[in-house]
Structures are given as structure tokens and as C-alpha cells.
Design a protein around this ligand. Structure first.
Ligand SMILES: Nc1ncnc2c1ncn2[C@@H]1O[C@H](COP(=O)(O)OP(=O)(O)OP(=O)(O)O)[C@@H](O)[C@H]1O
Ligand SMILES: [Mg+2]
Length: 284
């Protein structure tokens, strides 16, 4: 059996399988109606994510990844179709969801300390007293290796540290679903590797459902249990690939495995096809 057919076979079982669903994206499309011509960014996306899964999303630049995440986060409405979170249609920012945006610099408040930044969203959560808030903040900062930095201001920290504050803020919130939109695009390669391992260890520990958007193919294969490959805009799902690497991943060992190379080559080839405008026959 060839490498390609092995991957195709596993991909066939990736979506729509039986079992509980945390997040259901059903026939979702988004057309931006601006002052000029309307832009059909996303045409038809359908996929399901099981509770506790870590799913990566890759696709060419401008294919609608951020648009998809904003619709899932309830920050805007799809034009057609719907997003269903634990059985409830999303029509505004849902409780139990946290988002880590790419531009962490702009997502932290410079006049608040690190601890205050992490604590802020907790104040909107019902039934959490001050003492518990402090505890959650301390635990989250500890988890991202910033226990010592609570009293500092974001602008006193390096880019990688600021990104860890943004992750701590999401973690302290104890979300059921964590959305991450190219969160490591602006950090150096070494910090990026550390943050990838941090996400996998937090995911293991917290059992949270994670949807992770990246343009980095190796990162998607290293992190994900599945990689959903999107076509160029107007976007449809090109392929849903199961990443059948061992759960225990390590930057050196995992990335040097033959299976890792096969999977990354496959995803790379599909993205190249997507960039050339390839679409599934039924998608038009
Ligand atoms: N507010 C908006 N108004 C009009 N068009 C928009 C708006 N936001 C995004 N678009 C368009 O929708 C398409 C998808 O944009 P989106 O930001 O979702 O892509 P992306 O996959 O996240 O890109 P990148 O990889 O560069 O982050 C693009 O053609 C973009 O120009
Ligand atoms: Mg984007």
C-alpha cells in the first residue's frame, strides 16, 4: 500500500464518525458585504470536533481561517449554515470558550499587570470569588512558566513571554473549547517549539477541546490529532487528515520519524494544490 493511499484511508474516517460532538460546523459560509463588491470568503465548511480533540486547521493565506474562527467564537454570524457548540447554536460569544489571537501585543492591556490581565476575563465568569480568581491566575501563570512575572507589565516582557500571558489568560478561564489563531506566528523558532509543547501539555492536563489555526505545516502535524486542510477562498474542506503519530510527542524524536515526514509531505502537497485553486469536484 502506498503512503498516499494509507493517508487517504485514514482521512476517510476522520470526520463524521459516531460518538459525542463538542463542536459542529454545518454548511457554514460567510460573505462579507462591504461598501464595494461582496467578498465570498467561506463557501461551505462542514466538520465536527469531538470533546477533548486537538484539531489543526491549515490553508493558504486569505482562505478564511480567521473568518471561520470568528464565526465559531460568535464574534460574527455566518451568512449560511451554523456553528453548534455542545448542542447549542452559537449566536454570540459562548460561555466556556476562550480565544488566543495572533496579535497578542494588542490583546493584552498595557496598563494592567500580567496577573491583572490574566484575571480580567474571570471577573465576567459567574460564581468565582476573589480568592478563587487569585488561585486560578497563580496556577495558570505557573503552568506557562511565568509564576515570577505576575507583577510586571506586558511591555516589560519579551514577545514569547507576552504570548504565554495570552495563553495563561485563556487557561485560567478554564475553557471547554480553546480557539487559537496562528498564535505563534510572531515568535522565534526556539520559543515556538517551547510554546507548541506547552499547548500539548496543557491540552493533556486540562482535557480541553482545541482548534488551532496555523500556516505552518510541520506545526500542524506535530500538534494535531487531525489536520483539516482548507481550499483557497471561497473556502471548502479539501481534506481531513488523521495524524496517527504516537500521542507522546517530542520535538526531536517525533519530527525525525518517517511517518511525520510522510504526513507533512502529504499536507504540503495538498496545500500546494489548494494554492493552485484545486477544489473537490462537488465544491464548484
Ligand atoms: N472585514 C472584512 N471585510 C471584507 N472582506 C474581508 C474581511 N475580513 C476578511 N475578508 C476577506 O475574507 C477572506 C478571508 O480572510 P481571513 O482573514 O479569514 O483569511 P485567513 O485564512 O485568516 O488569512 P491569513 O492566513 O492571511 O491570516 C480574504 O479574502 C479577506 O480579504
Ligand atoms: Mg488569519
Amino acid at each position: 500500500m502506498t503512503v498516499h493511499s494509507t493517508i487517504e484511508k485514514s482521512a476517510a474516517g476522520a470526520s463524521g464518525g459516531p460518538g459525542p460532538v463538542a463542536l459542529d460546523v454545518v454548511g457554514m459560509g460567510k460573505t462579507y458585504a462591504g461598501s464595494g463588491a461582496a467578498v465570498e470568503a467561506v463557501r461551505d465548511l462542514t466538520f465536527a470536533v469531538r470533546p477533548g480533540e486537538l484539531v489543526c486547521i491549515v490553508g493558504p493565506s486569505g482562505c478564511g481561517k480567521t473568518t471561520l474562527l470568528r464565526c465559531i467564537a460568535g464574534l460574527m454570524s455566518p451568512t449560511v449554515g451554523e456553528v453548534v457548540l455542545e448542542g447549542r447554536r452559537v449566536d454570540g460569544p459562548p460561555e466556556g470558550m476562550a480565544v488566543v489571537f495572533q496579535e497578542y501585543g494588542r490583546s493584552l492591556f498595557p496598563w494592567l499587570t500580567v496577573s491583572q490581565n490574566v484575571e480580567l476575563p474571570l471577573k465576567d465568569k459567574k460564581g468565582i470569588g476573589k480568592a478563587r480568581r487569585r488561585e486560578l491566575v497563580a496556577e495558570a501563570l505557573e503552568a506557562v512558566g511565568l509564576a515570577h512575572a505576575g507583577e510586571q507589565y506586558p511591555w516589560q516582557l519579551s514577545g514569547g513571554m507576552q504570548q504565554r500571558v495570552a495563553i495563561a489568560r485563556a487557561v485560567a478561564y478554564e475553557p471547554k473549547v480553546l480557539l487559537m489563531d496562528e498564535p505563534f506566528a510572531a515568535v522565534d523558532a526556539q520559543t515556538r517549539a517551547d510554546l507548541e509543547d506547552l499547548v500539548r501539555s496543557l491540552w493533556h492536563r486540562l482535557g480541553v477541546t482545541v482548534l488551532f489555526v496555523t500556516h505552518d505545516i510541520d506545526e500542524s502535524v506535530y500538534l494535531g490529532e487531525r489536520v483539516i486542510i482548507l481550499s483557497s477562498s471561497p473556502t471548502v474542506v479539501l481534506e481531513d487528515v488523521v495524524i496517527d503519530l504516537p500521542d507522546d510527542r517530542d520535538q526531536l524524536t517525533t519530527r525525525s520519524e518517517a511517518r511525520f515526514a510522510e504526513l507533512r509531505t502529504h499536507v504540503y502537497e495538498r496545500i500546494q494544490e489548494a494554492k493552485r485553486g484545486h477544489r473537490p469536484a462537488a465544491a464548484g
